[in-house]
Design a protein around this ligand. Structure first.
Ligand code: ADP
Ligand code: MN
Ligand code: MN
Ligand code: MN
Length: 340
């Protein structure tokens, strides 16, 4: 038997952007525990905007477990927040995701590293001498600095140790801006892994005195890029059957639900979806083959041989969006389109 450090993490009740919270419980197991072996736990919801002080108990229900290689016998346990009666708490977006093992998501998380209130590598006043251009996928001290890559690499290794299905990382267009991509099969898997990857990134950054800035346009109305979290998605039907008629019906349903989608695609998205910097305007909906100025980009592979099969990329979700709510909304819209 060994004592395991189980870090139960969950999303709090702050709006429009929930924070991650976590606390450790020690339990003895013969070997690394399976999800089924993990007990429910509780917390004080009055300290997280999830309950009134007079009736403060909320329940943590483990939904996924990941090894934590920074701690001896460590694990990170992703939890849903439940009411004492066992029903999902209103802040629990994960519980609203339709169960569909055939749904696959790939999220591309962009973010800034921030220090002293500005992007890492920015001078104390004003902007870097060199504007956007050489930073995207760049190399060299004068463009990348000395700490950023250390953080990014450390984060990548922690995620891989945890079994998170990273597909890649890259330096982004703005100085101090980076991206990682996570792909998962099953309607909830990629979103679970995204939240754990965000948690690990923030934790790695603590010891460097650096914060992760997820806001979609931290440099405001400037020529510096904002951050997105493109959501690539497919279902069994889209991958194996598809067809032009179904695709057009699906896009019509997305067009009907623009407001519902934008509502969960992250706050302040009007600052980012301007029609500039490879985005479509927030009030328009469009799709196009290989079109990075469209709301939904249709990959070449999708239209190949007139098949209309494969995955689609919704480019509107931003870097501060909750992948649970994003996946939930995309699958709801898909479910409203009948398949023959
Ligand atoms: P880009 O930056 O050009 O949009 P990326 O390679 O960063 O391209 O992202 C594309 C993402 O699409 C990958 O991260 C992958 O997870 C996702 N993806 C690929 N195939 C599928 C699929 N069949 N269903 C859902 N997502 C997919
Ligand atoms: Mn990408
Ligand atoms: Mn990108
Ligand atoms: Mn993309």
């Amino acid at each position: 038997m060994a004592k395991y450090k189980l870090e139960y993490i969950w999303l709090d009740g702050y709006t429009p952007v929930p924070n991650l919270r976590g606390k450790t419980q020690i339990k003895e197991f013969a070997s690394f525990p399976a999800l089924e072996e993990l007990p429910l736990w509780g917390f004080d919801g009055s300290s997280t905007r999830q309950a009134p002080g007079g009736s403060s108990d909320c329940v943590l229900k483990p939904v996924a477990i990941f090894p934590d290689s920074t701690r001896k016998n460590g694990a990170i346990v992703m939890c849903e927040v439940m009411m004492p009666d066992g029903t999902p708490h209103p802040s629990n977006g994960r519980a609203t995701i339709l169960d569909d093992p055939g749904a696959w998501f790939g999220f591309e998380q962009e973010y800034f590293l921030y220090q002293d209130g500005r992007p890492l590598g920015f001078p104390a006043d004003g902007f870097p001498k060199v504007g956007q251009g050489p930073y995207y996928c760049g190399v060299g001290y004068s463009f990348m600095g000395d700490i950023a890559r250390q953080i990014v690499e450390e984060h990548l290794d922690l995620c891989l140790d945890a079994g998170i299905n990273h597909e890649g990382i890259n330096a982004e267009v703005a100085k101090g801006q980076w991206e990682f991509q996570i792909f998962g099969k099953g309607s909830k898997r990629a979103a679970d892994e995204m939240w754990v990857a965000r948690y690990l990134l923030q934790r790695v950054c603590e010891k460097y005195g650096i914060d992760v800035e997820y806001h979609c346009k931290p440099l405001g109305d400037s020529d510096w890029n904002g951050s997105g979290m493109h959501a690539n998605f497919s279902t069994t039907y889209l991958r194996e059957t598809g067809g032009k008629e179904y695709f057009e019906a699906l896009m019509a349903k997305f067009a009907e639900n623009v407001e519902e989608h934008i509502a969960v695609y992250g706050p302040d998205n009007h600052m980012r979806l301007t029609g500039l910097h490879e985005t479509q305007s927030i009030d328009k909906f469009s799709y196009g083959v290989a079109d990075r100025g469209a709301s939904i980009r249709v990959p070449h592979s999708f239209v190949k041989d007139g098949k209309y099969q494969g995955y689609l990329e919704d480019r509107r979700p931003n870097s501060q969006g909750d992948p649970y709510q994003i996946a939930s909304r995309i699958l709801k819209t898909i479910s409203e389109v009948p398949t023959p």
